[in-house]
Design a protein around this ligand. Structure first.
Ligand code: GDP
Ligand code: MG
Length: 317
């Protein structure tokens, strides 16, 4: 538990080391995570989802500035499909956020979307918890919102921002991914480009057609030019408004509960599967079952239930 202690003191080296150990799935990392858990649940978590190139990293860079001026410490987790399984900051993000690299109040990590045996959302949850325990006031998570795991990550965030840019392709793609429903705030970035106002009108019309209950939060729309540092203060105000709304309506507690539920289920799933694979890999049991399936001596439901019976017999359940 040596690392956990140092993480709690805000030690950057120890934190980076623990994140690496978590990525490498070292058993010792689990012990450190257990020791940190009581100190989690204090950060305000903000998700930014949008297509690659829409300007998420650029916006985060600007948001860091505003939050730092307000005295907040920041953690950033950039989840990037193009990033190799390295754990280091990927080049683009490193360039775009490098002016904060020497600021001890800012901690930036990139996560690859592939290579997570225990699942991307569990990996993200672990890294959120580490930054949270480290004492970061705000954690910003950048995702492209593509796979299911990335949509799941939204369950960890207090405020979810969906970024759009002028141009139909992006708009349709977002609709398809079904992430429209999860937005607390829409950010229309690259407002310097043609079509931003039309996109805003289109969005407004769409929101008007959606049936929000009177008590519910109605998504807000902000126009930004991240690269020119325009519209950022207004957006930050919008984030704070949503935060106030959450606190006033008890959504903050609901969020903690949902986060705890998701974490437990994720860990449960992967530990159960670990046990399952220990059993089925023994004596070629899995291969035998597959053979039985191919030869129609059994069916997937009966085979799965046989595996669960075996788990119980071996005292794993
Ligand atoms: N024209 C314009 N370009 C922008 C704006 N914001 C970001 N960009 C550019 O868009 C490109 C992609 O930005 P990046 O932040 O890496 O996007 P990400 O993939 O969503 O993280 C970069 O070249 C940025 O300089 C903006 O408001 N207007
Ligand atoms: Mg980026």
């Amino acid at each position: 538990m040596r690392l956990a202690k140092e993480v709690l003191q805000g030690n950057i080296k120890a934190t980076a080391r623990l994140i690496r150990d978590v990525e490498d799935e070292l058993p010792s990392a689990i012990e450190e995570l257990k020791a940190l858990y009581p100190y989690t649940g204090r950060s305000y978590i903000i998700g930014i989802t949008g297509s690659p190139g829409s300007g998420k990293s650029t916006l985060i860079d600007m948001l860091i500035d505003v939050f730092r001026k307000r005295g907040k410490t920041i953690g950033v987790i950039a989840i990037d499909p193009s990033s190799p399984f390295s754990g280091g900051a990927i080049l683009g993000d490193r360039i775009r956020m490098q002016r904060h690299a020497t600021d001890g109040g800012v901690f930036i990590r990139s996560l690859a979307t592939r290579g997570w045996r225990g699942g991307l959302s569990r990996a993200t949850a672990n890294i959120i918890n580490i930054m949270d325990a480290m004492g970061k006031d705000i954690i910003l998570i950048e995702t492209v919102g593509a796979g299911q795991a990335e949509v799941d990550i939204i369950n960890f965030t207090h405020t979810t921002m969906v970024m759009l840019v002028p141009g139909m392709g992006d708009w349709v793609q977002t609709l398809k991914a079904g992430i429209l429903e999860i937005a607390d705030i829409f950010v229309i970035n690259k407002a310097d480009k043609k079509g931003a106002d039309e996109l805003k009108a289109e969005l407004e019309a769409m929101l008007q057609m959606s049936a929000y209950s009177p008590q519910a939060w109605k998504p807000k729309i902000f126009l930004t030019e991240a690269v020119n540092n325009k519209g950022i203060d207004e957006l930050v105000e919008g984030i704070y408004q949503h935060k106030e709304f959450l606190i006033a309506t008890g959504g903050h507690d609901t969020h903690l509960k949902e986060r705890a539920r998701l974490e437990l289920i994720e860990v449960l799933k992967s530990s159960l599967m670990d046990h399952v694979f220990q059993i089925v890999n023994k004596n070629n049991y899995l291969e035998k079952l597959i053979d039985d399936l191919v030869n129609k001596r059994t069916d997937p439901y009966s085979a799965a239930s046989d595996i669960i019976k075996k788990l119980a017999q071996e005292g794993k359940l």
